[in-house]
Design a protein around this ligand. Structure first.
Ligand code: IMP
Length: 207
């Protein structure tokens, strides 16, 4: 039987503001008091895994052991069918750019443009199907972990549309929807997103 999560403090093992905002909203009704790894000054481990599950586990374990509290990590990304599933676990890396010497930043418009450029190279009839994937890992300070996965299927639009959400939301049109994730109100995204699907599985198992 899966170990249960006792209401109390929980570290969100992420330094990504968009993810912290969404996970905090999803945790709202469950009596846990989330605090982000960034707010606690916990170090951000290097994501050396080659799967979402490996990276989620290494981030959750790093925060749980450093803080002595249960920690929840999210590793997620965009899988584009015509690109053989890329960028996948490297989704955040595709947005990395050197702004000036020594300083790194993330440029989501550059990253979305990179994906679009590769699709254009394939040709005008390219399959534009894509999926957002999310693996959540809950780690306890004693090293026990539990993993949950979610997926949102859709297609990529160009040019980007909308200003809500984060990351690649402006180019992702979920199946059956007319609005991109960045055009939807947060509650509408939470009803169908990869993160919400993984989160619902976590709630069913741990609360
Ligand atoms: P990582 O999990 O921190 O390696 O980063 C995953 C990256 O995938 C994020 O930085 C976003 O760019 C992208 N991503 C994951 N989930 C979403 C989402 O819900 N909307 C838009 N982009 C996302």
């Amino acid at each position: 039987m899966t170990r249960k999560l006792i209401p109390g403090r929980l570290v969100i093992a992420s330094h990504n503001e968009g993810k912290v905002r969404e996970i905090t909203a999803l945790l709202g009704p469950y009596g846990v008091a989330p605090v982000s790894a960034g707010a606690l000054g916990l170090p951000e481990p290097e994501e050396t895994g080659t799967t979402f599950a490996q990276n989620a586990a290494l981030k959750a374990l790093a925060s749980a052991t450093a803080s002595g509290l249960p920690a929840l990590a999210d590793d997620s990304g965009l899988e584009v069918a015509a690109l053989g599933g890329r960028p996948g676990v490297y989704t955040a890396d595709w947005a990395e750019r050197q702004w000036f010497e020594g300083e790194k930043g993330r440029d989501w418009y550059m990253a979305m443009g990179k994906v679009e450029g590769l699709l254009c190279e394939i040709g005008p009839d390219v399959d534009r199907s894509a999926a957002f994937v999310c693996t959540l890992c809950l780690a306890w300070p004693d090293g026990e972990t539990a993993l949950f996965e979610g997926r949102a299927e859709g297609s990529l639009v160009w040019p980007p549309r909308g200003t809500m959400g984060f990351g690649y939301d402006p180019v992702f049109l979920p199946h059956g929807a007319e609005l991109t994730f960045a055009e939807m109100a947060p509650e509408a995204k939470h009803a169908i997103s990869h993160r919400a699907e993984a989160f619902n599985k976590l709630v069913a198992a741990l609360f």
